[in-house]
Design a protein around this ligand. Sequence first.
Ligand SMILES: [Zn+2]
Length: 199
Amino acid sequence: MDKPIIFDQERKELTLEYMRDHYGIIQESPTIVPKMIVLHWTVIPTFEKSFEAFENPKLPNSRPEIAAASSLNVSSQFLVDRDGTIYRLMPETTMARHVIGLNHCAIGVENVGGTADTPLTKAQLKSNIWLVKYLKAKYNIDYLLGHYEYTDFVDTDLWKEKDDGYRTKKSDPGPKFMAKVRKATKKLGFKPVPAPEGK
Ligand SMILES: [Zn+2]
């Protein structure tokens, strides 16, 4: 289902600014050529609160740890509710801020939950597998990764972040969830995630 977040002139300009300042990419519209799918969890137990976190163009004051890098709010192209309903928050090829270094080529899939009381559900797993297949059929996608694996791309050509100090530690959506999605999408032939940084 389409449930668009606010993507007004302000968000467009903040996105273009982010592309320029962090990646050295200068474009007239904030579009991406998808090369990877990044799976996440929101660590917010409800759909409503998760959607609210992404809705506005600017970051809320509660995120000082990433606000220094840009005031563009975080978002992702998809948000999967706990019952498995898939919401498309923005066009698939518009850049969302969800993964440092790689937003210029990554489609993000957020899952509601991930707190101690709200582990991801079987319905979400099913929907993530469906979405991965749908996106792989539509775009020339090489990689499928969990957010916690993003720094494994630091030494690759896809990594574009200019600020070496801009990193956050991530654990979402967990290795067990990734293993299940990978098993179910094995036939799609994704490339293996590169070796971790420094190895
Ligand atoms: Zn994440």
